[in-house]
Design a protein around this ligand. Structure first.
Ligand SMILES: Nc1nc2c(ncn2[C@@H]2O[C@H](COP(=O)(O)OP(=O)(O)OP(=O)(O)O)[C@@H](O)[C@H]2O)c(=O)[nH]1
Ligand SMILES: [Mg+2]
Length: 386
């Protein structure tokens, strides 16, 4: 027999109970008073950290001086938050980012900036992880940034890279920041350049910038690094992949990856082909002859040699002053590119231009007005000459 249910002390009967059960009070349903505090029995003041309003509150933005001191103290959280400010499109954040960069300028520049490009699947991320870990072992600190034109559309390789470079990401001397995801290449490039500067201020002495080899992004990365590495693979059907696109002409080294296992002889043969092709190409960096090498990002063979090549490059270009001269001209070109971008954006937002543009454009497209005349007309409208 079931034990009789005792009526709970503070319970009340429901509004209706069967008459027969009313007296005994053994009806199964009783109305209980609400739980004081939380469902887990804690008083309301003792709730878990994760459920308090405090934790879902927006993080307070830091003052510029706090960003500066945090970055100079090599605090990664502050660094990551500062990058978020740099990547933000809000006018307020952009202003703060510029003040921050100005403050940090004296602490930037003490690194070697290395660009790495190659067709999708060439092994860039795998190489960066192996190379980054090697460099950390040698006592360096390594920041990895990416300019990935495909990620803004698919978001795909961001996730991939984070898992592919897991070991490097977990090292205190390693820092990985995926490509900023919004905007045109110009905008992404600005953010990556500025991120590079604050990583330098945070003490990273080696900056690796990865880009997937799909055209314009390679030129963009070349324009922000000291050393440009083209990663190739053998047996991709098109042995001399870089030649057609002219990427080899802007490279400081060509590295044939995946030189391991059965693929080793093929990789060696590809290296010879590249060496031959490079022989006929003009020097890209004064005093430096671009050469071809092989490596395996998986076995690690050739990784130490790659660093030797880069160190040699650094010594030669520092001695002949190409290193500093290139950085100076890169800064000037960058500034000019920013001016162009800004002027273009205010031009096309101008009301008079917005008004006149469709008609003039149609006339050009219909072959009724020469493009040069049309451009001049638009500029005259902008300058209020007509
Ligand atoms: N055998 C061999 N496989 C490699 C080597 N390096 C990379 N791989 C493999 O090649 C594939 C692509 O490598 P990733 O490092 O993702 O190539 P990626 O160039 O970064 O590719 P995207 O970011 O998509 O452009 C992966 O499956 C790697 O494991 C290598 O040296 N040897
Ligand atoms: Mg990759």
């Amino acid at each position: 027999m079931k034990p009789k249910k005792k009526k709970a002390k503070d319970s009340k009967s429901p509004e209706w109970v069967p008459a027969a059960k009313k007296e005994s009070g053994e009806f199964t349903t009783n109305v209980m008073p609400g739980v004081a505090g939380c469902h887990d029995g804690l008083k309301s003041g003792e709730m878990h950290e994760t459920t308090t309003n405090k934790s879902i509150k927006k993080r307070q933005p830091l003052k510029t001086e706090d960003y500066v001191s945090g970055i100079l103290a090599r605090d990664r959280t502050t660094l990551a938050r500062a990058i978020t400010i740099i990547e933000s499109n809000s006018v307020k954040h952009q202003k703060q980012a510029q003040t921050l960069l100005t403050e940090l300028m004296p602490h930037t520049g003490n690194s070697i900036r290395i660009g790495i490009t190659g067709v999708p699947g060439a092994g860039k991320s795998t190489l960066i992880e192996a190379f980054g870990l090697y460099l950390i072992e040698q006592g360096h600190s390594v920041a990895v940034l990416a300019i990935d034109p495909s990620s803004s559309i698919t978001g795909g390789s961001i996730l991939g890279d984070k898992t592919r470079m897991e070991k490097l990401a977990n090292k205190p001397a390693g820092f990985i920041r995926p490509s900023p995801t919004s905007g045109a290449l110009g905008g992404v490039a600005r953010k990556t350049r500025e991120t590079m500067l604050i990583c330098e201020a945070a003490g990273f002495d080696i900056i690796l910038v990865e880009t997937v080899g799909v055209g314009q992004s390679e030129i963009t990365v070349r324009s922000m690094v000291d050393f440009f590495l083209l990663l190739q693979i053998a047996g991709g059907g098109d042995e001399l992949q870089g030649i057609k696109k002219g990427v080899m002409e802007i490279a400081d080294a060509v590295l044939v990856n995946k030189a391991d296992g059965d693929n080793k002889p093929k990789a060696e043969a590809a290296k010879q082909d590249y060496a031959m092709a490079l022989h006929y190409m003009p020097q890209h960096t004064i005093g430096w002859q671009t050469k071809a090498f092989t490596c395996s990002a998986v076995t690690g063979e050739g990784i130490a040699e790659l660093w030797q090549v880069i160190e040699k490059f650094k010594t030669i270009t520092r001695d002949n002053r190409t290193f500093a001269a290139r950085r100076r001209s890169q800064s000037r070109e960058w500034m000019r590119a920013m001016v162009e971008e800004y002027l273009q954006s205010i031009f096309y937002k101008n009301e008079a231009i917005l008004h006149a543009l469709p008609q003039i454009e149609n006339a050009v497209m219909a072959g009724k007005m020469p493009a040069t005349t049309a451009a001049q007309k638009l500029v005259d409208i902008y300058e209020k000459k007509v």
